[in-house]
Design a protein around this ligand. Sequence first.
Ligand code: GDP
Ligand code: IMO
Ligand code: MG
Length: 432
Amino acid sequence: MPNVVVVGTQWGDEGKGKVVDLLTEHADLIVRFQGGNNAGHTLRVGEEQYILHIVPSGILYEDKSCLVGNGVVIDPLVLLQEIRGLKERGIDIHTRRLGISARAHMIMPYHRALDAAREQAKGDTKIGTTGRGIGPCYEDKAGRRGIRFIDFVDEQRFLSVYRSNLEEKRKILTQVLGSDLPVEEPGELDALLASARELAPYLADVSVEIKEALGMKKNVLFEGAQGTQLDIDHGTYPYVTSSNPVAGSVCTGAGIGPKHIHFVLGIVKAYATRVGGGAFPTELTDAVGDHLQSQGAEFGATTGRKRRCGWQDLVVLRDAVRLNGLQGLAVTKLDVLSGLDTIRVCTSYECKGKKLDSMPPSLEMVEQCRPVYEDHAGWKEDIGEVREFSDLPDAAKKYLRRIEELAGTPISLISVGASRDQTITLQNPFSI
Ligand code: GDP
Ligand code: IMO
Ligand code: MG
């Protein structure tokens, strides 16, 4: 019966995919509720690695169902490619295992062109988006000129909205943004129409399907994308994504009431990373930053960009506890800290002589924040084979207990490597 939400607490890439894949063992239904193929969730099973962008991370378990909610934006060509790629690798995908909300909005090629052109026009102040057309698609959704999956699979309706949008986008691209990017490539429309025919069987009423699952006392796992500091309302605006990665978004993005959420698990890397532009108070541009980047293999799973690295930031984590109502933490990539002499934890910021315990809303202020650090002893041991908390080096135990204390939230899981089994479980969120 318990339904669990997994959210990112930082700037994304915390290891949500690994944790969702792991927890899927205890779930019957896995649901994405926001974001799109800006997400890149990596799952490691034995020697195999899978990077998922739209399909929920529960898909590797044969007897589980996966749903993509109305709050997600979907690039049909990317989704089709992902389904085909998984099938080629022997993952059984059929319409009883994967459903896509009829109300989810579709990313069109013109959204990608607009994303690129807007970034180009911004120059030095660009957001550093993934270039997947996410922002422009959510803009059209809010502007009530979007194309939902149900409209996409109706050829006549699709063509009429698509053509009228195309004209508007052409003008914005050329006359407003001064871009020479094409609004439509030759053959693109045919590919879209073909993808609509192929994807149509996956059409689902996600809210209704979840209700049925809840009626049968099934366990539902909601898979967040991005992270709390990338939230369009609560993050480091405007250097954010265009959706709400916080837990509250499950209700609107999947179509359920808040009473059905029983446990919110926040995924937090043992250090901090950020990909793209924007303030990052604990960023390290020295040898320690390089250590984290190389030991942690910190390259974007979607764009391949190098991720910026820094120390653990408790201002960010406390924000995530408050904004998501976190009941437990999953600390990932603890193994990456092995070998460091000293491990620093930012406990607050100092800004214009004042101590700050939460992220200020003003971008200018965030840029002026200086982290206040607390130093902890590091450890040298390789911890990739540790499976019990008691077997961790004392320094690692102290570091974790301090994070728990500063966040005011218990640690449920500790991840010491990318594989499923490289996990220390202190509390299974499904057994509450
Ligand atoms: P997500 O977007 O939150 O799902 O995270 P990503 O998949 O983008 O990035 C996390 C990366 O760290 C992936 O390459 C994972 O395979 C890897 N990973 C996850 N947990 C651990 C861990 O505990 N240790 C190490 N070394 N790698 C991990
Ligand atoms: P997962 O789910 C890390 C970042 C981009 C950029 C900003 C806006 O794998 O954690 P967008 O394309 O969404 O308009 O870009 O958000 N971003 C992510 N960073 N992980 C992600 O997803 C991200 N999705 C978007 O780098 O800074
Ligand atoms: Mg990622």
